[in-house]
Design a protein around this ligand. Structure first.
Ligand SMILES: Cc1cc2nc3c(=O)[nH]c(=O)nc-3n(C[C@H](O)[C@H](O)[C@H](O)COP(=O)(O)OP(=O)(O)OC[C@H]3O[C@@H](n4cnc5c(N)ncnc54)[C@H](O)[C@@H]3O)c2cc1C
Length: 461
C-alpha cells in the first residue's frame, strides 16, 4: 500500500484515463522576445517536474513560467511492453509526485513495487537484506521513465501559469550579474529573457558551462546494460536483487510478477559482448552471473562463516536467512540497451538568478538507484526556498535564498554521492583483505537493525 501525504491545496487530479490521451497538448502560442519570471531549461524528468511543482505553488501563482525542452514533442501511447529505462523512485519522490497530482496518473498506468531488497556479492557469502518496518511498507517503486515523464506533462496541462515549448534548444545564453535579465537565444532564433533561470539540462548542462562553475567529474569507464527480463513465474515478485560482481553490480528491479528490469554495470568490452550475444546466450550469461559464485578465498570464507556463527549465537539475522534469486527465462525482444556511466558534481549550484537542478548539478553511478531521486529532492527544496522568497516580497533570483537551496541540497547530495562512489570502489576489488573487511561489514550491518534502518531512511529521503 502506498503511503502518501498531500500538502498542496491546489493540486488538481484528472480522472484516470489512459496516459496516451491528451498528453502534451498544452503547448500554447508563445511569442518570441517574451519575458518570464522563471525559465526552466530542459524538460526531462527533473525540469518538467520542477515546472509543474513551481506552477502549483500558491506563493508563485502570479509568476509566469516557461519550460524549454530541446527534443520534439511526441504523441505518446502506453506501449504493451515495458520500456527498458526505468527508475527506482523512493518514498520522498512519490510523495512529491503525489502532491502535484502526478502519482495518480502513474498509479492508473503501471509500476512495480519493491517490498524487499537483497544485496550480495560473488566473492563472499555476505548478504544484506532490507525490508519495510511494517507489513504494508514499500521500499521503492519501479516506474518506467516514459510513464513518469508523460504523467508530468499530462498534469502540466492543468497548470495555467506554465508554458511549455518543445524543439526549443538553447543555443546562446547571456547571464546577467546586475539588474538586467538573463537573455536566452534558441537554435531557431527565438529569444527570451528572465530574472530566474533554472538549469535542468542534464549532465552536459549548457547552463552550468555558462555559469563557469567548477565541475568535478570522471568517467567510470563502465556501461550500464539495461533490458526487460521475463522470470520463471512467481506469485510475488517484489524483491529488488543486487549482486556485486568483480566487473560491477547487476540489479533486477521488479515490474510485475514475472517481469523485472535489468541494470547491469560492466566494463565497455563486456557490455559490447553482452549487446552482441543471441537472446539465448544473453539469458544464459545473466543466469550464470546471477547464480554462480567466484572461487572464493579460503580465509575470507572461513572468517565470514565464523562471524556468521557468532551472529546466529547472538540471535542476529544471518546469511542463512538470505533468499535465492529468480531464474531468468527470456529477454524481451529489442529491450537491450547500454549507457555510459559517470560521476559529476558542480561545486556551486547557484549564482545570482541562476540555479542548477538534477543531473545538471550532480551525476551518480546508478548502483543505488538515487540519481533522479536526488534531483527530485532538489525540486522539493528549491520550491520551498522560492516560495519563501516570493512570500517575503524578495526577488526570486536573490542569491541569499538560492544559497539556502545550495547549502541544504549539498548537505544531502555530497555525502550520498560519496557513499555511492565509495561503494562502487569497495566492490571493484577482489583483493582478499578488502573482500574480508567488506563482507564482515555487510554481515554486521545486516545484523544490526538500527544501522540498517539509518541506511534505509537516508536512501528514502
Ligand atoms: C542505466 C541507468 C539507470 C538509472 N536508474 C535510476 C534509478 O533507478 N533511480 C534513479 O533515481 N535514477 C536512476 N538513474 C539516473 C536518472 O536517470 C537521472 O538522474 C535522471 O534521468 C536525470 O534527469 P534530468 O532531468 O536531470 O536530466 P536528463 O534526463 O538528462 O534531462 C535533461 C533534459 O534537458 C534537455 N536539454 C538538454 N540540453 C538542452 C538545451 N540546450 N536546450 C533545451 N533542452 C535541453 C534534454 O533534451 C533532456 O530532456 C539511472 C541512470 C542510468 C544511466
Amino acid at each position: 500500500m502506498l503511503h502518501l501525504r498531500s500538502v498542496y491545496t491546489n493540486c488538481m487530479t484528472l480522472p484516470s484515463k489512459s496516459l496516451g490521451q491528451n498528453v502534451m497538448k498544452n503547448t500554447r502560442f508563445i511569442s518570441s522576445n517574451a519575458k518570464y519570471d522563471i525559465i526552466v531549461v530542459g524538460g526531462g524528468l527533473i525540469g518538467a517536474t520542477l515546472a509543474c511543482v513551481l506552477g502549483k505553488n500558491n506563493r508563485l501563482s502570479d509568476k509566469r513560467i516557461l519550460l524549454l525542452e530541446g527534443s520534439k514533442k511526441k504523441e505518446w501511447k502506453l506501449p504493451q511492453h515495458y520500456s527498458n529505462r526505468v527508475s527506482s523512485l523512493n518514498q520522498a519522490t512519490c510523495n512529491l509526485l503525489n502532491d502535484i497530482g502526478v502519482w495518480s496518473h502513474i498509479h492508473s498506468t503501471r509500476y512495480g513495487i519493491v517490498k524487499e531488497m537483497q544485496i550480495w556479492e560473488s566473492n563472499s557469502e555476505a548478504v544484506i537484506n532490507f525490508k519495510g518496518d511494517y507489513l504494508d511498507e514499500n521500499l521503492a517503486y519501479i516506474v518506467e521513465n516514459d510513464i513518469t515523464l508523460n504523467s508530468v506533462y499530462k498534469e502540466l496541462q492543468n497548470v495555467e501559469n506554465v508554458e511549455v515549448l518543445h524543439e526549443a534548444l538553447l543555443d546562446d545564453l547571456k547571464l546577467s550579474s546586475g539588474i538586467e535579465n538573463h537573455k536566452l537565444t534558441l537554435k531557431n532564433g527565438s529569444t527570451f529573457s528572465t530574472k530566474l533561470l533554472l538549469g535542468c539540462d542534464g549532465y552536459s548542462s549548457q547552463v552550468r558551462q555558462k555559469m563557469g562553475v567548477l565541475y568535478i567529474s570522471h568517467s567510470y569507464q563502465q556501461m550500464g546494460v539495461v533490458a526487460t527480463l521475463e522470470l520463471e513465474e512467481q506469485c510475488d515478485n517484489s524483491i529488488a536483487w543486487q549482486k556485486f560482481l568483480p566487473t560491477g553490480p547487476m540489479a533486477l528491479l521488479p515490474l510485475d510478477n514475472k517481469t523485472s528490469s535489468l541494470v547491469w554495470t560492466t566494463t565497455p568490452s563486456h557490455a559490447k559482448k553482452l549487446m552482441s550475444l543471441t537472446k539465448k546466450q544473453f539469458v544464459d550469461e545473466l543466469n550464470e552471473n546471477l547464480w554462480s559464485n567466484k572461487k572464493r578465498n579460503v580465509v575470507v570464507e572461513r572468517s565470514s562463516r565464523a562471524f556468521d556463527q557468532l551472529l546466529r549465537t547472538l540471535k542476529c539475522p544471518s546469511i542463512k536467512d538470505s533468499q535465492l534469486p529468480p531464474k531468468i527465462v527470456k529477454c524481451q525482444e529489442g529491450s537491450r540497451g547500454s549507457f555510459p556511466l559517470g560521476f559529476g558534481h558542480a561545486t556551486s549550484y547557484v549564482q545570482k538568478g541562476v540555479a542548477l537542478v538534477g543531473d545538471a548539478a550532480h551525476r551518480v553511478h546508478p548502483l543505488a538507484g538515487q540519481g533522479a531521486n536526488l534531483g527530485f529532492g532538489d525540486i522539493t527544496c528549491l520550491n520551498t526556498v522560492l516560495g519563501e522568497a516570493a512570500y517575503a516580497g524578495s526577488d526570486l533570483g536573490d542569491l541569499s535564498y538560492l544559497k539556502d537551496y545550495e547549502t541544504e541540497r549539498q548537505r544531502h547530495n555530497v555525502p550520498t554521492m560519496l557513499a555511492i562512489d565509495g561503494l562502487y570502489r569497495l566492490y571493484g576489488t577482489e583483493f582478499p583483505p578488502v573482500v574480508l573487511l567488506r563482507s564482515l561489514g555487510l554481515q554486521a550491518i545486516n545484523a544490526l537493525g538500527p544501522l540498517k534502518g539509518l541506511l534505509k531512511s537516508h536512501a528514502a529521503s
